[in-house]
Design a protein around this ligand. Structure first.
Ligand SMILES: Cc1cc2nc3c(=O)[nH]c(=O)nc-3n(C[C@H](O)[C@H](O)[C@H](O)COP(=O)(O)O)c2cc1C
Length: 353
């Protein structure tokens, strides 16, 4: 069925998903299909308008830890039931380019979990497509070079337009089925990432010495996760690690605290975990060769690790006041190096513009 109306909901950290949403809209405009585009970072995510009967709905989001980020999953879970609507789902992934070859990212559960929720709500799935945009995860690698970003954008625009043309003609485009085996194999990691992302990655950001308190990061955060604590930006648990703050800071003041995360995990966790089990062992005798006890020990270790990060992040925030410690944290943050580029979605696609 050819849709008369199209509504696209997108979430975007650094502009990739936003660019993809824009390309789909352009294709819809060429076909005189009226389109509404909603940025989840600017929309009231709790009060969602039911879809117009017969219209097509699209959801576009980055992939975070082999899944859609929680903000998108929660939005889809709250989305009203179908009124005879079709949907399409797209995820932007961490594409790379090696010489002439474009390398794909990994989706994991991203499209499948969302598709399942929407099927239960009565929607018909018209399209499922991953788009390998330039990776924005600069906590783990430097941003890609401008030339590479440019060529990836050109390629992704072609792919997106072809996909959009197909679904807007009323055909099905379920390209993501090509990846279903690898997606299901890596699915368990996405469950672990849900916790690691929230309790460790989101708790690794800090504003260094260059921060002039311009509050751009606070004002631009799409989920309003950055607070002002003790006169400096502080990342709360709402943080989706979307990387917008770090990439947009004009002073390059926001860093990932690699030294602090690794140090805190090794030092505190070993001490806490060992002390915890030594105390337990004094009270009861544990059959350590039993596999359930082994699993319990592992899970407790993880739980205590997360707890340590929760507690120490606030301490870390205050320790940044101490000049010598601030220097240590700064010199052990790889992101501070000049060669560690920030990621800029192509200039005309910048979020802030
Ligand atoms: C915290 C984090 C986790 C990510 N996890 C994945 C992943 O599991 N698979 C993948 O292909 N890309 C992953 N990426 C890369 C982004 O999904 C990709 O760069 C996306 O295009 C960014 O879109 P945006 O600019 O709209 O935020 C991750 C990025 C971040 C910041």
């Amino acid at each position: 069925m050819i849709p008369e109306h199209l509504t696209i909901y997108f979430f975007s950290g650094t502009g990739n998903a936003r660019a993809v949403a824009g390309w789909v809209c352009e294709e819809a405009a060429r076909r005189n299909i009226s389109t509404m585009i909603m940025d989840l970072g600017k929309t009231d995510r709790k009060h969602i308008m039911p879809p117009q009967p017969g219209s097509m709905i699209g959801f576009i989001s980055p992939t975070h830890g082999f899944n859609y980020p929680p903000v998108m999953i929660k939005f889809i879970a709250r989305f009203p039931r179908s009124r005879g609507n079709t949907v399409f789902l797209m995820n932007t992934r961490a594409g790379m380019k090696l010489s002439r070859w474009f390398l794909p990212g990994l989706s994991g559960l991203a499209l499948w979990m969302a598709a399942l929720i929407l099927l239960i709500k009565g929607y018909k799935i018209a399209g499922l497509r991953s788009i390998d945009m330039p990776s924005n995860w600069i906590s783990v690698h430097p941003g890609l070079k401008e030339q590479v970003v440019k060529s990836m954008f050109a390629r992704c625009k072609r792919i997106t337009t072809t996909f959009a043309a197909k679904i807007l003609e009323g055909k099905k485009a379920l390209t993501a089925f090509r990846d279903i085996v690898q997606d299901l194999l890596i699915a368990p990691i996405s469950i672990g990432y849900y916790f690691v992302g929230r309790f460790i990655f989101a708790k690794s950001f800090y504003a260094g010495e260059n921060c002039d308190n311009c509050d751009l990061c606070i004002n631009h955060c799409p989920v309003k996760a950055i607070l002002k604590v003790d006169g400096r930006p502080f990342w709360s648990y709402r943080c989706e690690s979307c990387m917008r703050c770090m990439n947009e800071c004009p002073k390059r003041a926001i860093q990932t605290a690699h030294g602090y995360v690794i140090g805190a995990m090794c030092l505190f966790n070993m001490v806490v975990v060992i002390y915890f089990w030594q105390t337990v062992a004094q009270v009861i005798t544990l059959p350590l060769d039993n596999r359930w006890i082994k699993l319990l020990v592992t899970l407790t270790g993880w739980f205590l690790s997360f707890l340590t990060m929760v507690i120490t992040y606030r301490v870390f925030h205050y320790l940044l006041r101490v000049p010598v410690l601030r220097e240590i944290f700064y010199y052990t943050s790889i992101t501070r190096f000049r060669f560690w580029r920030r990621y800029k979605a192509r200039a005309n696609m910048r979020i802030s513009e």
